[in-house]
Design a protein around this ligand. Structure first.
Ligand code: HEM
Length: 562
């Protein structure tokens, strides 16, 4: 029997009488707290150098009417005028731009300030809460799961795929001989194909031609997100929804998610079919074990990358040095699906999709821009290109055999060229973090208030004459061991650094070496413009507004000096 309690009207009335004042008090206290916090941010923010803000707008109007390429010039002018710490106000929002490696180290090396700035929320409809933007326990546990999938032994097993796809793109580029063309189109297509095969385990015969459409959709999405960063009215969802950008975004996400959904669906179906047949997929290590033994010694050989990045050892180094075990060493998507199915790692289908979207974006657009810059720069700097070619001729001679992992260790000059290109044209030109607590930086002992957004400008850091003698001159010798060993580690951060460094750093360098060496063994790059004519575009990923224009000439396989 249910007992219904009789609640008297008086009791109800006195509850109401208490409820409303309490809500009012709580709201008042919250507003007071917010006001105090905001005035504190204002007080500390205004102690930093920066342009004079206007009431209400702050400095937001500075970007109005500016084209993306003009924003690069504007940012550089302000850095020149105000120094390595510059503050700006977007309305009441405090942005602090840092370009001194000592200050940057305080932020990037911290395990506290690992949350991404609120500007990354514009990625949410696309990447959800994937590794790039997630925070807290979700980020920590997913990073722990994903980092081992970039173990050096897994990367070695990708060498054949890198080679095959590089050969394919060389074949495709044949049609461009004698023309001026945009090499980025080719680099985008090939990097998507490589990711589909390596990270996603989708074999060539099951791929369709969606890679190129995907790459183009990603570029256009980046443009929309970027415009939302600097056109302050687009920052409000309520306004954005009524603009043409919103409809465009919907269409682009249809293409992007269409591909990633198909990839996951195919992969899961194959996994379940195999499981029903009692086939447990072999780990990558089992598949490639025989070749590892001979390579074990080489794995320990120091590459330039080990020296350059040794100052900020991250979990990628830790995983390589302390083998995580065969079971965990699966290619990225295989591991995600296996973990979700057998419950070793808690990850839902939705979370798998977020991570697939993240890796597909981060893994392709960055390396497409990186490889395009290298090819254009070599077209401009013929003397440097000849040195690269001679190094490659020394390794491969007349043969057109594919590159091995050992070969990539011999490509020392090419590696310096890649690093120098990433220095002058870092594909990710800025990183932004939200400060969780106040933090004191090295410059003038400034205190940066909790709640502020810190923007770290790699582009500017990499061109500081204090660390690079002629910072605006393309000179691969900047990465000779004698020049790197005493340089501040945080003066070179194309892959960011610290706990949130790029998880694909080693993958990217290996892939770039194989892709670029294959192209350069087959073609000579030629540029009809000089480097100072490159028009850079401030974007999520650094690009050239004028396109990555080059010409190619087929190589005769003889040393270039002959
Ligand atoms: C030249 C190539 C690349 C460059 C310059 C680059 C650069 C970066 C940078 C600067 C970050 C930090 C971004 C931030 O904090 O806002 C980052 C993060 C990340 N990168 Fe890369 N990246 C490259 C290639 C790759 C590749 C090939 C992959 C995967 C296959 C990848 C996956 C990621 C992921 C998942 C993150 C987020 C890591 C985290 O927050 O824990 N990247 N990358």
């Amino acid at each position: 029997m249910t007992v219904v309690e009789d609640v008297s009207p008086n009791a109800l009335n006195s509850t109401r009488l208490l409820f409303y004042p309490l809500v009012l008090l709580a709201t008042g206290l919250w507003l007071l707290y917010r006001w105090q916090q905001q005035s504190r941010i204002h007080r500390l923010g205004n102690k930093l150098p920066g342009p004079l803000p206007l009431p209400v707008f702050g400095n937001a109007l500075l970007a109005i009417g500016k084209k993306p390429e003009e924003l690069v010039t504007l940012a550089l002018e302000y850095a020149e005028k105000y120094g390595t710490v510059v503050r700006g106000w977007l309305g009441t929002k405090l942005l602090i731009f840092l370009t001194d490696p000592n200050d940057v180290e305080v932020i990037l090396n911290s395990h506290v300030h690992i949350d991404k700035a609120s500007e990354y929320r514009f990625f949410k409809p696309w990447l959800g809460e994937g590794l790039l933007i997630s925070s807290g326990e979700k980020w920590r546990s997913h990073r722990k799961m994903i980092a081992p999938t970039f173990h050096i032994n897994i990367l070695k097993s990708f060498v054949n795929i890198f080679n095959q796809n590089s050969k394919n793109v060389v074949e495709k580029m044949k049609g461009e001989v004698g023309k001026v063309f945009d090499v980025h189109d080719y680099m985008s297509g090939v990097t998507v194909d490589i990711l589909l095969e390596t990270a996603m385990g989708i074999t060539k015969d099951t791929q369709d031609d969606a890679g190129f459409d995907y790459a183009m959709a990603v570029m256009k999405m980046c443009d929309i997100i970027h415009q939302r960063h600097y056109k302050f009215w687009l920052r409000f969802d309520s306004i954005f929804k009524f603009t043409s950008f919103f409809e465009k975004q919907k269409k682009l996400l249809g293409i992007i998610h269409g591909l990633t959904n198909r990839v996951i669906k195919n992969k899961k179906e194959v996994y379940l079919q195999n499981k029903a047949k009692g086939i447990i997929p072999p780990t990558i290590e089992e598949v490639t074990r025989s070749s590892f033994d001979s390579e074990t010694a080489l794995a320990n050989e120091k590459t330039l990358a080990d020296t350059v990045f040794k100052g900020y050892r991250d979990d990628l180094d830790f995983n390589d040095e302390n083998d995580v075990g065969a079971k965990k060493r699966l290619a990225f998507l295989d591991l995600m699906i296996e973990s979700a199915q057998n419950g070793t790692n808690k990850i839902t289908d939705h979370e798998i999709k977020e991570e697939v979207d993240t890796i597909m974006f981060e893994g392709h657009d960055t390396t497409a821009a990186g490889s395009s810059f290298v090819l254009c720069l070599l077209g401009v700097h013929q003397d440097i290109q000849e040195k690269v070619y001679n190094e490659l001729y020394g390794i491969f001679g007349d043969s057109d055999r594919p590159a091995t992992f050992e070969d990539t260790l011999q490509m020392k000059y090419l590696e310096r060229v890649i690093f120098e290109s990433l220095r002058m044209y870092p594909p990710v030109p800025v990183i932004a973090r939200k400060l969780k607590r106040d933090v004191k930086i090295a410059t003038n002992n400034y205190v940066l208030p909790a709640g502020a957004t810190v923007v770290i400008g790699q582009f500017q850091i990499h061109r500081n004459p204090k660390y690079y003698a002629n910072p605006n001159v393309f000179n691969p010798d900047n990465f000779l061991p004698e020049n790197t060993q005493n340089r501040h580690y945080y003066s070179y951060i194309p892959f960011s650094a610290g706990p949130r460094s790029c998880v694909g750093r080693k993958y990217a360098i290996l892939k770039l070496k194989i892709l670029l060496s294959t192209i350069l063994r087959n073609y000579k790059m030629v540029s009809d413009i000089t480097e100072d004519q490159f028009v850079l575009q401030a974007d999520i990923i650094l690009k050239r507004t004028d396109g990555f224009r080059v010409q190619i000439e087929p190589r005769k396989r003889v040393p270039s000096s002959a």
